[in-house]
Design a protein around this ligand. Structure first.
Ligand code: SF4
Ligand code: SF4
Length: 135
């Protein structure tokens, strides 16, 4: 009886922990995989916040009307859910502003989590451990 109660508490704690930190847990678990971009464009579907530097750099290259304000944050415009600068040619994605793309795009999928270098699991280049694929 006592053991089943302890077990139930443990299960609830694990579920709550996973619910609160599942992004970080997934990133941590793939951190040792090697990265090779598949040019799938999946990352260009994520909400892309821009800073002042990014905006100025892109503007100096002659682009206008490429950003919008969403929930008080300046973000890249999208068409059909993808960044407006994404180009698709024969199934291969490329960035039409690659040389002066936003800082966040240059870093992706590298991240720092609790002081450790990890990868963003939303990148298609990584395989999530089988037991996490359901979540
Ligand atoms: S999601 Fe990952 S693999 Fe796909 S284009 Fe972006 S960086 Fe490359
Ligand atoms: S700026 Fe380029 S790399 Fe960044 S989201 Fe847009 S298309 Fe992708």
């Amino acid at each position: 009886m006592v053991w089943s109660l302890i077990l139930s508490y443990l299960i609830v704690i694990i579920i709550l922990f996973y619910a609160g930190f599942n992004f970080q847990i997934k990133n941590f678990l793939i951190r040792k995989q090697s990265f090779s971009c598949k040019r799938c464009g999946r990352c260009c579907k994520l909400l892309l916040k821009l800073n002042e530097e990014d905006i100025e750099r892109i503007k100096t290259k002659g682009h206008k009307d490429f950003h919008v304000v969403k929930k008080g944050k300046c973000c890249m415009k999208r068409i059909n859910d993808y960044c407006i600068f994404l180009k698709l040619n024969k199934g291969i994605c490329s960035c039409s502003i690659y040389e002066y793309r936003p800082k966040i795009c240059k870093k992706f999928p590298k991240l720092k989590s609790f002081g450790k270098a990890v990868y963003d699991h939303r990148c298609n280049a990584f395989k999530r451990p089988r037991f996490l694929r359901l979540f």
